[in-house]
Ligand binder design. Structure first.
Ligand code: HEM
Length: 504
């Protein structure tokens, strides 16, 4: 912090020279002062941010990312220097952007389709030039993405609605598996199990141990979050990375076993058509020589972790917001009753659930799970007048952007924020453009289906009147709640007003 303050853009350096220096040292000081100015001048950018200061600035900014966590560091820099800031990560120029016009520019253009992250960190978790989420080789990524797009749209998306309804009901019938000794529900765990089950049913179709895999996914996610921006030296100290290496190996091993079972199954089934899901498509691509076995495994792994890592936490936050806002709950229940009456949700109902949809958007704006998007510039460019060199790392701070522009009550949870049509440049919780979230449409139908199915059957309450603000969140790469807090538990009471519950 002290060194960041040496930025000549912010301070008058002549005031740093004391009055009483010996005569002989004055020319030396003046010389040093000019050398310092020249040195800094070369590195001073037109973009706001901490100074380069002979290379110490980059050390400090990377240190800040490691010490505060990525999310907190980004918010700190945007708050201190403005909505377009230059810092350094691993010595590489990195822009942190929370201005909607600049964010929109990056998302829209193909020369930002790559991401950035530590090569050694990504290798450790199997994501380096593999899979989709952090595949930073644009040519490889382009071959992989269509497999995801196909599985997450069209007939798969429609099938997912019935799968979500069935899985939610099934898990509500087995609530004892996620109930604590004092009778509260570990909602995050419940949501993770539903997400894993629904993802498995649509994308892989092999029976699995839900409890064990959910734990492995959590550990894998922690490893990813911890390693993504670590400096190379970290990976030289084997005992520091061991825990993360093991977490990655653990989930990769479990997935390999499931995929092998899938291969066996595909080689014995009579009607292949009935088994043509995401995993089968990848396995056949491997058989044709289009994909490596490693890539197939990583793609299935990423498809299986995508929903448990994002949707489960998002739905968990939503249930807390519902418990905290009874009038919003009443509004939604009235709409659900009008649109669906006594039956469960179907695909035709989706466009008619406007209040539920606005509630989902407002929850994602107010309490997001993903508030940062990492990209890399693949060519020189100019964004809102700022020059961007090829190779620059870019962090889009969408969490902050959603609280800065357009919304009438930016710092409150209020459905009024979505009463008027929101122009897309101001609200992008899934990103957009060629590298936007490939699961954004399926995520919306999954959230609607699970939320509505659950709310029709249960009323939710937070513990002892506690709310979202009490829950400690890990504002690093994502806003996952820190595990093992009793506050994560909630109380579910069956609703008496639905036909199903009355019959029961
Ligand atoms: C609330 C739920 C979700 C949120 C908020 C979310 C958000 C995001 C965001 C912000 C990105 C980065 C986009 C960009 O770079 O512009 C992303 C990427 C991605 N998401 Fe989602 N997502 C969600 C659910 C899902 C689901 C359910 C799936 C799949 C089952 C999924 C699959 C992916 C994949 C594969 C990528 C990487 C795409 C690529 O790099 O080409 N997401 N998501």
């Amino acid at each position: 912090m002290v060194l960041e303050t040496l930025n000549p853009m912010h301070y008058n350096l002549s005031s740093l020279v004391p009055d009483t220096v010996p005569v002989a040292t004055v020319p030396i000081l003046i010389l040093m002062f000019f050398l310092f100015l020249i040195w800094n001048h070369e590195e001073t950018s037109s973009i706001p941010g901490p100074g380069y200061c002979m290379g110490i600035g980059p050390l400090i900014s990377h240190g800040r990312f490691l010490w505060m966590g990525v999310g907190n560091a980004c918010n700190y820099y945007n708050k201190t220097y403005g909505e377009f800031v230059r810092v350094w990560i691993s010595g590489e120029e990195t822009f942190i952007i929370s201005k909607s016009s600049s964010v929109f520019h990056v998302m829209k253009h193909w020369h930002y389709v790559s991401r950035f992250g530590s090569k050694l960190g990504l290798q450790c978790i199997g994501m380096y030039e593999n899979g989709i989420i952090f595949n930073n080789n644009p040519a490889h990524w382009k071959e992989i993405r269509p497999f995801f797009t196909k599985a997450l749209s069209g007939p798969g998306l429609v099938r997912m609605i019935a799968i979500c309804v069935e899985s939610t009901i099934d898990h509500l019938d087995r609530l004892e598996e996620v109930t604590t000794e004092v009778g509260n529900i570990n909602v995050l765990n419940l949501m993770r199990r539903i997400m894993l089950d629904t993802s498995n049913k649509l994308f892989l179709g092999i029976p699995l141990d839900e409890h064990a895999i959910v734990l492995k996914i959590q550990n894998y996610f922690d490893a990813w979050q911890a390693l993504l921006l670590k400096p190379d030296i970290f990976f030289k100290i084997s005992w520091l990375c061991k825990k993360y290496e093991e977490a990655a190996k653990d989930l990769k091993g479990a997935m390999e076993i499931l995929i092998e079972q899938k291969r066996q199954k595909l080689s014995t089934v009579e009607k292949l058509d009935e088994h043509m899901d995401f995993a089968s498509q990848l396995i056949f691509a491997q058989n044709r020589g289009d994909l490596t076995a490693e890539n197939v495994n990583q793609c299935v792994l990423e498809m299986m972790i995508a929903a448990p890592d994002t949707l489960s936490v998002t739905l968990f936050f939503m249930l807390i917001l519902i418990a905290e806002h009874p009038t919003v709950e009443e509004e939604m229940m009235r709409e659900i009753e009008t649109v669906m009456g006594d039956r469960d949700i179907q695909s035709d109902d989706m466009p008619n659930l406007r209040i539920v949809e606005n509630f989902i958007y407002e929850s994602m704006r107010y309490q997001p799970v993903v508030d940062l998007i990492m990209r890399k510039a693949l060519q020189d460019d100019v964004i809102d007048g700022y020059p961007v060199k090829k190779g620059t790392n870019i962090i889009l701070n969408i969490g902050r952007m959603h609280k800065l522009e357009f919304f009438p009550k930016p710092n409150e949870f209020s459905l009024e924020n979505f009463e008027k049509n929101v122009p897309s440049r101001y609200f992008q919780p899934f990103g957009f453009g060629p590298r936007g979230c490939v699961g954004k449409f399926i995520a919306m139908v999954m959230m609607k289906a699970i939320l509505v199915t659950l709310l029709r059957r249960c009323r939710v309450q937070t513990m002892k009147g506690r709310g979202l603000h009490n829950i400690q969140k890990n504002n690093d790469l994502s806003m996952h709640p820190i595990e093992q807090q009793p506050l994560l538990e909630m109380v579910f009471t069956p609703r008496r007003n639905t036909k199903k519950n009355q019959d029961d």
